[in-house]
Write a protein that binds this ligand. Sequence first.
Ligand SMILES: [Zn+2]
Length: 429
Amino acid sequence: MKARTKLQKQVSELIGKLAPITDIQTEWGFKNCFEAKGYKTKKHGISCLMCGHRYKDGSHELLTAIDGSVCPKCGTRLKVTHTKKQKDNQAAYYGIITTFQGFQVMRYFELAGYYRVDDPALLNCTEIVQLWMLPNGKYVTFAMLHTVNWYRDGWTGNMVIRKNEPSTYNINPFRIYPKMSVLPEIRRNGFRGKFHDINPFYLFKIILSNSKAETLLKARQIDMLKLAFRKHEGTLSEYWDSIKICLRNGYMIKEASMWTDYIDLLKEFAKDTHNAKYVCPVDLKAEHDRLVKKRNEMVARQKKEKKILEAVKYRKEFFKLKERFFDTCIADDIITIIPLKDPNEYVEEGIVLKHCVGSRSYYLNPKSLVLSARIDNKPVETIEVSLDTFEVLQCRGICNQNSEYHDKILSLLNRNIYQIQKLATGKTV
Ligand SMILES: [Zn+2]
């Protein structure tokens, strides 16, 4: 892409003047991004994949496995593997953070290592991306073409000015060269040399363009800052009033996603989210869990109330359909099976056994009868019997699972199904 905007033109003038990566920087990259390996066989000893030298190692095998071995020729400490493998490849992204003529420049390199037993390693370092950022957060992308699809993640073509697409061109370097040069504005806004696992480009951009992010970094509220990347930048504004209370009270938000959940819960329960008493809990997890429990109970209560209100509405209709079965009682010495005698009992049964019998489709169904199998008057399973065929349609315990009494319940019911049949048809069976 040709430089079009004023900023792109300004950057394209400077690109050629930027010094190439130094040998020291390249070496540091290979040393810190790649693993130096030695391949060992019983017969031939250790082959250093770095310089190609082969040698016999006198130390104990166990020791070599833990400590590795130092190649007598190139002096590299090798991680030794017992293998007959002959080749190895390694690849990594590497970053250099520098400044140039008032720009913050993020330079990314692709490192590739090709290794073969008995040969010195072939190491390649290719510059693939430069991101040039001004102190106001505006930036220009200068990069090779990045092709990402299911079979390829590659870099081709020349480095040219490209459209700003951070998801494609702002890569995550595996290592960053420790000697960095940073714009005074970035230091002023709280950067002290650590990225806290945040991508350099995103960290610089947000602290240059969002004063809330800057405040958080200065106050070392790193987890809250990270949340803005995990969710979206708007998260900071959304919780800012409460965050300010934390900052004022020196309260460190250690688990930001739990803390924001907790603030949402406080809002739900109309608690004052400007009050340090609520916003800065000593035991966040305990307070969070307490409110979650309270909310769950509230939701369950509301659900139940809604179902009961509905159940009351249909009571008359229900009685008309099912009243004639109410005297049924099928029992042995442990289990008692009785029909549910009110829509509210359906709702209760559904809550106790955590299944869906509490809905209208069950108690107003003219073609089936629902019974509860109980032990010591506590529901164990709920049974639905067809009033057409007098077969069991469903027989389920807690959370729709069978209880240990399942077979006994079915057997007891089937032996006595004639009672229901008699009441349904009005005939003696
Ligand atoms: Zn060597």
